[in-house]
Design a protein around this ligand. Sequence first.
Ligand code: ADP
Length: 253
Amino acid sequence: MISIGIDVGSVAAKAAAYDGEKIIATAILPTGWSPKAVGEQLLAEILHKTRTPKEKVKSIVGTGYGRVSLSFIDKNITEITCHGKGAYYLDPKIRTVIDIGGQDSKVIKLDEGGQVVDFLMNDKCAAGTGRFLQVMANALAVDVGDLSRLATGAEPANISSMCTVFAESEVVSLVAEGSSKETIASGLLHSVCNKTYSLASKIGVEDKVFFSGGVSRNQKLGELLSHKLGTEVISSKESQYLGAIGAAIIGYR
Ligand code: ADP
């Protein structure tokens, strides 16, 4: 028997399958216009990947903003709880999760059993989220996945606006003035780092710190956060799947 977690985020939908001991498969698709349709596609993909007939699925748990649109799930659970469970599975010593996704960022504090003790979320403004980086990458005519490499070793250009719209204008002006893409990319990552730091400072950060969400794929940002927080910030290749992993584990139990 397996359980399946499906996390329909604002930008990307993720799924994970759990066999009672470990995560045996993951899948990811752009969310697109229909959370329900992408959820069904992910379910089909994960059943195919694990070669599991439907009757061998113990439960399906949905999470993420699109979870309420998934008609085929057994239960829906908030992202915060699922992130906590996912983090505990990856490393029970994790006490703080910093999650930066497509349209929000959150800091979650966990106890030694992986239970959420506190959290803080920015979902009011695109600053400091994946959306911010995507808009800026477009303005620089680069892929969002290139920002880390570009920023590595570059002095940060000063980007003073936190607001995505104003910061985009600043980037356009910096390009026109001849600033390099490298210094601008570095300035942008410093801006996201500062925004995340101020969110994290409000709630306090305890070791170990895990960086999750799609933006955690930006390695340079992880390094900047480590430096700013004065503690090691770890991540893993499964970090974008944290919510789906937690949902699958909760479903099994
Ligand atoms: P959500 O759950 O809100 O859909 P995710 O946690 O799946 O969000 O993350 C999606 C975000 O991750 C997108 O905004 C995308 O720009 C960002 N992202 C993906 N890959 C990278 C990368 N290599 N560097 C920085 N950001 C990235």
